[in-house]
Design a protein around this ligand. Structure first.
Ligand code: NDP
Length: 401
């Protein structure tokens, strides 16, 4: 009997528990807890209807580590899957240490008052987890997550000496709204408006946000503009694969999205500095989140596909090679299967697979780990079996830019 506690009843949490319920041999007992219990109950209803499996629900404020530890003990969880927000990572890790449970998340810890996107705080838990014989797996979403596993797979099977890494994240979907974000708006806008950083010749190069653009023809999606950005997996990948000389992350944005974002930024609505409004302190970005469409509700109207992958160049057996590994995911097919759009789906499925790797003992270690530190093969197999099939092509030349 392996008991799993999932925290966070948002878009990603919903997909993860639906997919866990489809594997009752691995996930024999699932509890979904979040800040508002009615959201957990709604998801539990959908899981029952779609899979015939009953999951338990609970209310928790995961900022409270003591209360979270009590909940972990009460439901007897061996593993806690954190699909709340990055602000809760450390309190949930503390709760796991108190209750003696393993930990998994999909995004690095963020201090609420400053956008940082770095692993330092969580890597600092290495000894605490190791000392108790517990394991924490960081960043088991798509990017970070699957992109780290794609990189490990490329090194293991295709290009032993990797020199350059480009991660290309394309959402070719259309949700029919003037402006909306595909996952939590606050986290998404913090990420997109942060200065860009990429790894070049063993150091970080910083450039202003959204100023470096390239056009790329994505398989099954077509040509799209993509922009250089910083993304947290770059830090762990250049740490664990020090041979990588250049690492970059690109994300596609449409002109309408960028125009809205520019205006919102210019008028101060994307700021995380508190302002006083009618005697009350508010954070403009949190207020903006309250008026934007809920990403969880976009599934009904979203059409099109996502295409996320890695292009890696280097040499293998003395030969120069470039490999492009990618997954294509269809928004409407995801909605039909689990009631969510592809951005939640491409994050929730790898969270489920990471949890399955840990519960089944295929990935095991004591301490804090990133995805690329384990054998990519069993994870890649499960991607193919559980809704995120991947393929690779060998390109004739490295990227021209
Ligand atoms: P949502 O905002 O849809 O969901 C977050 C959920 O967490 C909500 O149900 C929210 O509750 C709950 N929550 C927030 N604070 C607390 C708290 N203190 N205690 C308990 N529950 C809390 O976000 P998403 O589902 O879109 O994203 C979830 C995570 O996945 C985020 O960390 C995001 O950064 C990450 N992500 C990772 C990706 C990857 O590829 N690696 C891609 C996309 C997302 P309430 O409903 O009450 O607000």
């Amino acid at each position: 009997m392996t008991k799993t506690l999932v925290i966070g009843a948002g878009g990603v949490g919903s997909v993860a528990v639906h997919k866990m319920a489809m594997l009752p041999d691995i996930f024999t007992d699932i509890t979904l807890a979040s800040r508002r219990q009615f959201k957990c109950d709604e998801i539990a209803g959908s899981v029952l209807e779609r899979t015939g499996v009953s999951i338990k629900t609970a209310r928790i404020d995961a900022d409270d580590a003591d209360a979270t530890a009590r909940l972990i003990q009460a439901c007897g969880a061996k593993l806690v899957v954190n699909l709340a927000l990055p602000y809760q990572d450390l309190s949930i890790m503390d709760a796991c240490l108190m209750a003696g449970a393993d930990y998994l998340d999909t995004a690095n810890y963020e201090p609420p008052e400053e956008a940082k996107f770095e692993y330092s705080w969580q890597w600092a838990y290495q000894e605490k987890f190791a000392k108790q014989g517990l394991m924490a797996l960081l960043g088991s979403g798509f990017d970070p997550g699957v992109t780290n596993v794609f990189t490990a797979y490329t090194k293991k099977h295709l290009i032993a000496d990797m020199r350059t890494l480009d991660i290309l994240d394309c959402n070719g979907g259309d949700h029919g709204q003037h402006f909306a974000t595909n996952f939590n708006p606050e986290i998404n806008i913090r990420e997109v408006t942060a200065p860009s950083r990429h790894w070049q010749d063993k150091k970080w190069i910083e450039t202003p946000a959204l100023t470096t653009k390239q056009n790329f023809d994505f398989p099954e999606v077509g040509a799209r503009n993509m922009y250089l950005m910083y993304h947290e997996e770059l830090e762990s990948l250049v740490t664990h694969f020090p041979e990588i000389e250049r690492a970059r992350f690109w994300m596609t944005f449409g002109d309408a999205y960028l125009k809205h974002l520019e205006v919102l930024q210019n008028v101060g609505m994307t700021s995380i500095e508190p302002v006083i409004y009618e005697g009350q302190e508010i954070i403009p970005l949190q207020f903006l989140k309250a008026v934007l469409p809920n990403p969880g509700d976009l599934g009904k109207t979203t059409t099109g596909k996502t295409c996320i992958g890695t292009i890696i160049s280097g040499s293998d057996n003395g030969q120069d090679k470039t490999a492009y590994i990618y997954n294509i995911c269809d928004h409407e097919a995801c909605f039909k299967e689990v009631g969510s759009q592809a951005v939640s789906y491409t994050t929730g499925v790898p969270a489920m697979i990471g949890a399955a790797m840990m519960l089944g003992g295929k990935w095991r270690g004591e301490g804090v780990f990133n995805m690329e530190q384990f054998d990519p093969d069993p994870f890649m197999d499960m991607l193919n079996q559980h809704g995120l099939p991947w393929q690779y092509v060998m390109l004739e030349k490295p990227l021209a830019f």
